[in-house]
Design a protein around this ligand. Structure first.
Ligand SMILES: [Zn+2]
Length: 136
């Protein structure tokens, strides 16, 4: 399920959905939440398939943040015995850290739901990288 070639592998590691070798984002989350490459640095897969492509990721982000609040609220209320107000305050505070990650995951999910993994291209990218390492 988490092995290379599965959708989840690419999503959890923020990798190109086609080759799963190139990074989706230029920097860590501190360098900007949406600081994405225009195309895969390894296989040249376009990351913006059409103008406004990531508007669709908003719906994924909405689902992820709703799930975060609902599940988090249930855990705080019944698991940790917080008051309802305390649960909301805790989740909003934790959300300041969680929301940038959810935003990146929503983009990764949206892109990987529109681009299929290609074992042939992944193999070509790995072969190219290995060849580059031998030469240097
Ligand atoms: Zn790629």
């Amino acid at each position: 399920m988490f092995s290379k070639g599965s959708k989840l592998y690419g999503i959890l590691r923020w990798r190109c959905p086609r080759c799963q070798e190139g990074d989706l984002f230029k920097t860590g989350i501190g360098g900007g939440v949406y600081n994405m490459h225009k195309e895969c640095p390894k296989c040249k897969q376009d990351f913006e398939l059409e103008p406004g492509f990531y508007w669709g990721a908003m719906y994924i982000g909405y689902a992820l943040s709703s799930g975060y609040m609902l599940i988090g609220f249930a855990i705080c209320l019944w698991g940790f015995k917080f008051t309802p107000t305390g649960s909301f305050a805790f989740l909003i505070g934790l959300g300041l850290i969680a929301v940038p990650f959810l935003a990146r995951y929503s983009r990764a999910i949206w892109l990987s739901s529109n681009v299929r993994y290609s074992p042939r291209i992944a193999e070509a990218v790995r072969a190219h990288e290995a060849n580059k390492n031998i030469k240097s």
